[in-house]
Design a protein around this ligand. Sequence first.
Ligand SMILES: Nc1ncnc2c1ncn2[C@@H]1O[C@H](COP(=O)(O)OP(=O)(O)OP(=O)(O)O)[C@@H](O)[C@H]1O
Ligand SMILES: [Mg+2]
Length: 245
Amino acid sequence: MSDLVLKIENLTKTYKIGKRDVQPLTNLNLEVKKGEFTAIMGPSGSGKTTLLNVIGCIDKASSGKVLIDNVDIAKLPESKLYKIRRDKIGFIFQNFNLVPYLNARENVELAMELAGKFKGQRRQRAKDLLATVGLSGREQHRPQRLSQGEQQRVAIARALANDPAIILADEPTGNLDVTNKQEIVKLLVDLNQKQGTTIIMVTHDEQVAAQTQRMLYLSDGKISEDKQIQKETIFNSQSESKETY
Ligand SMILES: Nc1ncnc2c1ncn2[C@@H]1O[C@H](COP(=O)(O)OP(=O)(O)OP(=O)(O)O)[C@@H](O)[C@H]1O
Ligand SMILES: [Mg+2]
């Protein structure tokens, strides 16, 4: 699976709620190549967040295989899972999830500190990453002094901190106004195109999804549609969105 960063085979996830079973994922199969930008869409409750959480080692598969860089995380104990989560995965959330009492630079550095990087190295890399996401000069600002879009940029810099194999983004534009939404999507597209970052992004927004390379639909616990997005579609969707916004 040399060019595959993720391979999922027959993934099933069942939650027990009292005596009732809820099964958001049922024998789901998926392959993602290195450098792909994939959008996941689907109705509310269809298991999109559950899928990201299983891939991101936040939640465990009930059965099946989930291979990240050839390692089956479904079989790993928690003591090994946290390392995969730390070293291979970068998360971006709808609510940014920044630490409120740390400034932008410290938020990015924290992820590296947890991965055991040295202080000097951390500081320079945090500065560089904040520059990459367009936040030079804002390093000392705490989240409350940053706009929503800027907070999401810090979260993206943090997600990139340990050079993960996959960035998982759960509705990253869900809390943003139209302008910030477009800017954050553009940033993600740039990171993917210029740095080859592999991104899997859940979104409810067709126009956001249309700017990726591949659109998946989740329903009945499985990937029910898997569409490659043609360049023409990207162009059309961007020109449409200019009119709409
Ligand atoms: N920790 C949990 N315990 C029990 N049930 C859960 C848990 N997490 C999710 N579920 C259930 O699994 C199903 C899928 O939830 P999930 O959050 O993955 O959906 P989603 O597609 O992300 O929805 P949305 O678009 O609203 O975010 C839902 O029925 C939900 O209630
Ligand atoms: Mg969700």
